[in-house]
Ligand binder design. Structure first.
Ligand code: SF4
Length: 576
């Protein structure tokens, strides 16, 4: 089964901005924090806000305290005044594009124009816009409703920003013919336009369309209507629980789109559920392989195998003896740290990777025992190799364990940086550094020497681990942003990190042959560029939407380390 996700699916700029503003509000503004009405029409995001103690203010009391955030849809101007008069601090998260429509209405109302809003009468954005018309506003949901309105001597026509573009097109035609003196403002947001035209094209390409978003969300409903008009089976779901997997099982190609208030973790959950449809309850090697991949990834066994393979590669690249127990400390360290990280610090897993979060919640105890046992075994093996490898692994383990712990008193950092994880981008760099040390430096220390050839091996292993970690961070960016995890993509932005990864992969392809040429690495350096080149091709395929986030993408990324190990083994066998 092929799955195509619409490029425009998920949070629009205005919603993302409002969600980010509300998530940082508890740290930056006076508590209690609430939103005036539901922030967006998405039950999962509203649940998340509730969990974080952010409540919804439905009516304005005579006296209040704390901070109120105005949602992306905006509010009538008098609401702001009433909230301020009641004693609240008001944070305006109204989308800048909605503010632009409000300004158009305000300006024309002052000049005596009537305002006609083409939209849903009860939608909060329309209610807010009406407030700016100061009693001179009218709402028409259809062309017939517009025709039924009296002819005003002077009027403007604006659209709800998420209005159906085809309906507004018909309105414009009718107004040009029958009310030519009306001033028409096409205020449909370009994000809405793109989303709607994309779903039309998408529906033509696929066998079925899944539209993800809240049942109350107007723009999601419009996407559903547009997809359904194509004649293709169309399903509007809020979560993966609503998916009719039986009905979708026969589809060869499924298109997914989502409303402007749907978070991307919700889209990923749907994607993952659909990805498993062809293998549900089926035997055969494909079903078996899919389940094996999923188990290896969930248990972190595959990532640990990758670390072992990378250690073998680094050692062969540096020209050290191939048969040492150095693979084990690297594998056990990576296994232990990944498990502990998921067990201790990753609230964001709940959203970024719900299947993993569920797995860790269900098997908490034995995974914790396994993580501690793996960490302790790695240290014991390293100790048997010598004091230096033991000390290096101990330092890396303590660094990993303290990542989520408060190690600085709040007074020293103004409360902003109390844990290593609070240092912006630290996660990506530290994981890469740890992989480089345990896979390249540790074996060299175990062999009682640190030759110059360790340096290119360390740089290559660290670089490959950096690309892997930063790429996964890119996939998790929305959940990480929501939970205030300052990963590299959150700090630098997605486009900048993507550019960085591509450049780094070019360097990683050049480094091993250059080191071989300079005598700083073995002949293995001539083969290893295959790995960064393939990883670059995979990232590019994902960027073009050819491979979607899910088990297969994760497995493919981790496989580059296994491939490096296999190439190293082959090279060792061929060269003796
Ligand atoms: S759809 Fe457009 S106008 Fe509406 S909140 Fe999103 S970005 Fe703003």
């Amino acid at each position: 089964m092929k799955i195509i996700i619409a490029k425009t699916a998920g949070f629009c700029m205005g919603v993302r901005r409002a969600v980010e503003m509300v998530m940082v509000a508890p740290q930056e503004h006076t508590p209690p924090i609430c939103t005036y009405g539901p922030l967006i029409h998405n039950p999962q995001v509203l649940e998340l806000l509730e969990e974080r103690g952010i409540s919804i203010l439905e009516t304005i009391p005579a006296k209040g305290a704390g901070t109120v955030l105005l949602r992306a849809h905006g509010v009538p101007p008098m609401v702001k005044d009433e909230l301020t008069a009641a004693g609240y601090t008001v944070i305006d998260a109204t989308c800048p594009r909605v503010i632009k429509v409000q300004s158009i209405i305000r300006k024309h109302t002052e000049k005596g124009f009537a305002t006609i809003i083409i939209g849903d009468r009860d939608h909060p954005e329309v209610v807010g816009l009406l407030g700016y018309a100061r009693g001179q506003g009218h709402v028409a949901a259809t062309l017939e409703e517009l025709q039924a309105l009296p002819a005003f001597p002077q009027a403007i026509v604006v659209a709800q920003t998420t209005q159906n573009t085809r309906l507004f097109g018909r309105i414009k035609e009718w107004a040009a013919a029958h009310r030519p003196h009306y001033k028409i403002y096409d205020t449909i947001c370009d994000s809405t336009e793109k989303r709607q035209s994309e779903v039309q094209c998408l529906a033509a390409l696929v066998d079925a369309v899944v539209v993800v978003g809240g049942k109350e969300s107007g723009n999601t409903q419009r996407l559903y209507e547009i997809a359904r008009e194509s004649g293709k089976p169309t399903f509007h779901v809020e979560s993966e629980a609503d998916l009719d997997l039986e009905a979708l099982a026969g589809a060869e190609c499924i298109g997914i789109t989502a409303g402007a208030s749907t978070p991307n973790w919700q889209i990923r959950k749907i994607c993952r559920a659909l990805e498993s449809v062809p293998y549900r309850g089926r035997g055969g090697w494909r079903g078996w392989l899919f389940r094996l991949q999923r188990t290896l990834l969930l248990t972190n066994i595959y990532v640990a195998m990758g670390a072992g393979c990378l250690a073998y590669t680094a050692v062969r690249l540096a020209g050290q003896a191939p048969f040492q127990p150095y693979l084990l400390p690297a594998m056990l360290y990576v296994l232990s740290m990944h498990m502990l990280n998921h067990l201790i610090g990753s609230q964001a897993d709940h959203y970024n990777d719900p299947e993993r979060a569920k797995f860790y919640a269900e098997h908490r105890v034995w995974l914790a025992v396994l993580a501690v046992a793996a960490g302790a075994s790695g240290l014991m093996i390293a100790a048997a190799e010598g004091l230096l490898p033991f000390a290096a692994l101990l330092v890396m383990s303590l660094l990993g364990l303290s990542y989520n712990l408060r190690i600085l008193p709040a007074c020293l950092s103004g409360g902003r940086i109390a844990r290593i994880r609070d240092i912006p981008g630290s996660k990506t760099f530290l994981i890469a550094l740890a992989w480089g040390v345990v896979t390249a430096v540790l074996p060299a220390l175990a062999a009682d020497r640190l030759p110059p050839s360790t340096l290119p091996a360390f740089a290559w292993a660290t670089g490959m681990a950096f690309v892997r970690t930063a790429f996964f961070d890119l996939l998790d960016i929305q959940g990480d942003r929501i939970f205030g995890k300052e990963t590299l993509p959150v700090v630098m932005g997605e486009a900048a990190v993507m550019r960085l990864l591509k450049r780094l992969l070019v360097l990683l392809a050049l480094l091993p042959p250059a080191a071989s040429l300079l005598g700083l690495a073995t002949g293995l350096g001539w083969i290893l560029p295959i790995c960064p080149m393939l990883l670059g091709a995979l990232i590019a395929a994902h960027e073009r939407g050819r491979i979607l986030p899910g088990i297969r993408l994760e497995f493919a990324v981790e496989s580059h380390f296994v491939l490096a190990g296999l190439l190293s083994l082959l090279w060792s066998l061929l060269t003796g």
